[in-house]
Design a protein around this ligand. Sequence first.
Ligand SMILES: Nc1ncnc2c1ncn2[C@@H]1O[C@H](COP(=O)(O)OP(=O)(O)O)[C@@H](O)[C@H]1O
Ligand SMILES: [Mg+2]
Length: 338
Amino acid sequence: MSLRVLSEEPPGSVGSTLLEIERVTKRYGARIAVDDVSLNVSAGECLGLLGPNGAGKSTLLAAASGIVRPDAGSIRIGTWDIWKRPREAKRLIGFVPQDVALYPTLTARENLAFWGALAGIGDARALCKRMDEVLELVGLEERDRDRVRNFSGGMKRRLNIAASLLHEPSLLFLDEPTVGIDPQSRRHILDTVRNLVRDKGLTVVYTSHYMEEVEDLCTRVAIIDQGKVLVVGTLDEVKNIAGEHETVELEVQGDAEAARTLLATHPAVLAVAESGGKADAAETLLVLRVERADHAIPQILAALISQLGGRVTLRTLRVRRPDLETAFLALTGRTLRV
Ligand SMILES: Nc1ncnc2c1ncn2[C@@H]1O[C@H](COP(=O)(O)OP(=O)(O)O)[C@@H](O)[C@H]1O
Ligand SMILES: [Mg+2]
């Protein structure tokens, strides 16, 4: 599979804009799922779309794939507007939805044959060859005659990825492909995506709420929250968005609310993030933004001991280097983890 150079574009497509999302808005009733989003994706890059649950990632991908019609804005794939020339535009896209779309009673190969027919691959021999290729890409070549109902969640996701590649798209949308699957399949999917970008020249938009995956795979990242793209840039640019500030994470047991209140007003602490700690967990995670961790930590510990000694126990203390999580924190005041 090679990068398809679009017919009506000048040659030398690597680096040219393959996906252009311009001022797209999508509402569901009173709720704005995607709020005036503009985003460009260049040929050959892997763009990470990082945001918590409900941020609008799936809606944005569904709009860009021509599945959900936006209320405003335009989407161009290559030279084609997805709503004006859907057939041409969709030929360039592979879409792997969050929910697995497979027939459990059919074998892996039969499922692919079905998707291949839908994608318009009429020639039986070409389809057969292409099925072999995509099964090998996702590491399911040995399991092609097994029924999908006997597959693990991770294997089903991998088969979904295979199906999305049958028609040799130039641009692949992956919607949280590793959620809820075993670690081995997760590793496999990440490796597959990396290889597709590096060796096959595929352009990828990868949505996730796992910052490690985006850091691992992507060259550029867009952080999305509450329907808005808050920032887009290279990994390094976005990681350093918090500037000189550092992040200190404390896991405490006992009266965590008292600790939070104390730290929120402490002069060495710039902000305490809202973190999505589980209500029933024994430990509470407190995420603090500070000017300098080496100065702040002794003061924070002294305050906790002198004012809350006996009521709060510190279990762990970590200083975070600038990463996508600290960037999200700086932008939203909340942690990504939910
Ligand atoms: N079909 C729908 N009907 C109503 N609300 C929806 C629908 N799809 C998504 N939403 C809402 O739009 C927002 C964005 O959802 P979604 O795009 O699924 O976010 P993400 O994929 O980042 O988790 C959420 O508040 C969600 O509840
Ligand atoms: Mg989603």
